[in-house]
Design a protein around this ligand. Structure first.
Ligand code: ADP
Ligand code: MG
Length: 255
């Protein structure tokens, strides 16, 4: 079984995200105003919503890059807001892909995918190299393992970043607008890799403006505005037949 195979059942809640009553303020600015939702094992949930609505902050609370002001966030069966939780151990089980790829410019694609495996997971060079090759192949970059970031297109660099996250064997993948920085002709390859992961049963929480991806790949779509979930449901309902005026207004701008 590889890290990408579906984990059926998961009675202990592993592979899932459960958020309840999540609030986050920066000073007096309340950015998340009581968020509740769940991503079940193997589910793909897309979060959509206008800029500034709190989508990145939500993802950062799931990954503990931000500390929630109140509420609970349970990831892969661990309540990450519990002061006794081993946050580093949980973080290793969550893969995160950002809009900016943040590859090391002085390392090849292979080196970029190996480095965290070596430093964080303490894998030896041979094993880290083998797993890096496997994952670069999985994102369609078998022929680019020796290339440096500057020799790769934005879409290829983002695929290296996805391979880097996958090489850590995550149970959950978080994506924050992974294609927003790409030229339009490069978006499809990255979305294709993400679609493949979804088909292999990866649990995914994806912030995106790519409505066709959300429509075709997401099990559920969550529309956020002003720090709250306005509506959520199957993509065919939320995207094609929204219940709320705010959702309709947002969609009329992005579709
Ligand atoms: P989105 O990803 O939906 O565009 P963000 O989560 O990035 O929204 O931001 C939501 C709000 O939180 C914005 O008003 C932003 O200015 C504020 N914010 C985000 N991060 C910080 C921070 N580290 N310090 C202060 N304010 C922040
Ligand atoms: Mg954002």
């Amino acid at each position: 079984m590889t890290s990408l195979d579906k984990r059926p059942g998961e009675p202990d809640g592993r592979g899932a995200i459960e958020i309840s009553g999540l609030r986050k303020s920066f000073g007096t600015n309340e950015v998340l105003r009581g968020i509740d939702f769940r991503v079940g094992p193997g589910e793909v949930v897309c979060v959509i919503g206008p800029s500034g609505s709190g989508k990145s902050t939500l993802l950062r609370c799931v990954n503990l890059l931000e500390e929630p002001t109140s509420g609970s966030v349970n990831v892969v069966g661990v309540d990450v807001t519990d002061p006794d939780a081993d946050i580093d151990a949980v973080r290793r089980r969550i893969g995160m892909v950002f809009q900016s790829f943040n590859l090391f410019p002085h390392l090849t694609a292979l080196g970029n995918v190996m480095i965290a495996q070596r430093k964080v997971l303490k894998r030896d060079k041979a094993e880290a190299g083998r797993i890096a090759r496997e994952n670069l192949e999985r994102v369609g970059l078998a022929d680019k393992i020796g290339s440096y970031p500057a020799q790769l297109s934005g879409g290829q660099q983002q695929r290296v970043a996805i391979a880097r996250a996958l090489a850590m064997g995550p149970e959950v993948m978080l994506f924050d607008e992974p294609t927003s920085a790409l030229d339009p002709e490069l978006v499809g390859d990255v979305l294709g890799v993400m679609r493949g992961l979804a088909e292999q049963g990866m649990t995914m929480l994806v912030v995106t403006h790519e409505m066709s991806f959300a429509r075709e790949v997401a099990d559920r779509v969550v529309f956020m505005d002003a720090g709250a979930v306005v509506e959520e449901g199957p993509p065919a309902r939320v995207i094609d037949d929204p219940s709320h005026e705010r959702t309709r207004t947002f969609l009329s701008r992005v579709l």
